[in-house]
Design a protein around this ligand. Sequence first.
Ligand code: ADP
Ligand code: MG
Length: 590
Amino acid sequence: MKTGRVVKVSGPLVIAESMDEANLFDVVRVGEQRLIGEIIEMREDKASIQVYEETSGLGPGAPVISTGAPLSVELGPGLIESMFDGIQRPLDAIEKEAGDFITRGIDVPSLDRNRKWHFTPTLQIGEEVNPGDVIGVVKETSIIEQKIMIPYGIKGKLLSLQEGDYTVLDVIGEVETEKGKEKLTLMQKWPVRRGRPYKRKLNPIEPMVTGQRVIDTFFPVTKGGTACVPGPFGSGKTVVQHQLAKWADAQIVVYIGCGERGNEMTDVLNEFPELKDPKTGEPLMKRTVLIANTSNMPVAAREASIYTGITIAEYFRDMGYSVALMADSTSRWAEALREMSGRLEEMPGEEGYPAYLGSRLADFYERAGKVVCLGDDEREGALTAIGAVSPPGGDLSEPVTQATLRIVKVFWGLDSQLAYKRHFPSINWLNSYSLYVDRIGKWMDENVSEDWTELRIKAMALLQEEANLEEIVRLVGIDALSESDRLKLEVAKSLREDYLQQNAFNDVDTYASLIKQYKMLKLVLKFGEEAEKALKAGVYLKDILSLEIRDKIARSKYIDESNMNDIDDIWSNLTDEMDDLISKGGIIGA
Ligand code: ADP
Ligand code: MG
């Protein structure tokens, strides 16, 4: 292909001429350093190129060569446990090549070319195959079996397929298609800006259990759903995302660190190999793919990191897995879009963000969902997408938050007031919402306990009532409240402190199963009911509030999953202690 020439360099934006043989969205190599870029606009023979690497030292006249292919990722064995940069270069290989900092223009394959994988066919030679059909498996990690699928666009009769140890490029079999023989390998490629195809979308109904009480109980997300976590600096977005990456009941986790501090990714890298999946007992890294485009890396690659991540997530969804994707933070990606748009001198929209901000975000979240995958076995896969949003100053009316809220179905609003009081997770229970709550409630009633929804509604109503009562207290003082209302405030406080607050850094409290959540919630509310009875029977509020059982309720979060009976014991103590109070101090007993 013809070589173009740089005419102008403006930060990550490079304009090149004589590019008439290239196409929009082609990947190009820029300058002697062969920097990696992507054509984002074509005007006659002039290409606007977004360069994914530092452009310092690049000047007019430098050569530009198109690779003739769009930005694509390599999909195959070796993805799990890897850490990639925004354009899917494995960070460890880059470091080996370049020392501690990333040199530019480096060519390292995304998937290891030397490593061999054992492939076991699951199809017979002679069968008709279509895109998405599973032809065999590779045991990628101790818990993940990668299904090897017929790539999109290949259709015909399976001519050969051999069990054996292969690199990702070795030929494992052949298909006789209308256009001739096609070779099959363990690896396939996919252009990142295009969603991977599936048969049809399904309505997601099953919760993605996160082990975080405020989320699962009040604002749950489905497997295949979308959620956002907006919050000001320091309110706990990253901790929420890390908690989900650790504990969400997804089979595969794709974690994208986008434009945030690098040490947060290092934390993930150090922590995950040591953390064990509660279900399999295996290290969490064995189901995790990390994409890091941290704040010290080029801004333009932020967008690529988002697309790279979601394409990898779709690939595992296509195998029939349930995949969870976290992106921290989508605001940094939006800022990169704004910077590029500014340099392209496009007509700016709100606050300088490009007019297409909303549609870009929508395109991203629309790639989530529960689907029937391509392939003859009608397998179902799910991709849940959860994006952190960092509104400057926590102002939710800014464009990125607003555009996100128009698309996603769950809003976990982090609150600086709560974070300041060290109430974590600082998800504000009064303004957060989940549009899946009815569907999931039904699932919970059927699968956890039939009174799940009832408890949830009671708890929510109590918190709302608390807000109203507090308003009254603010206006006329606590003395204006009846004992019954004061009791309500106490129970609401217990709900907040003993139930909703959850310490991510406590070994036991960090994760609560649905059963534990149910038992804890029921206990807190039961105290309220029993106390109300005692009040009515004439017991003094102060005597109720000084019951020892309250301490036990407060500490129930530290009861290990293996000792759930201990919560039942508190429950029976509660009724005993309360009956005791009534017989001693109540009017009936006196
Ligand atoms: P953000 O990403 O919104 O800037 P972080 O997620 O880094 O904020 O959280 C800031 C700090 O808040 C954390 O370092 C931690 O001390 C505290 N924190 C947040 N969530 C929790 C939690 N669930 N449990 C305990 N501490 C938390
Ligand atoms: Mg953060």
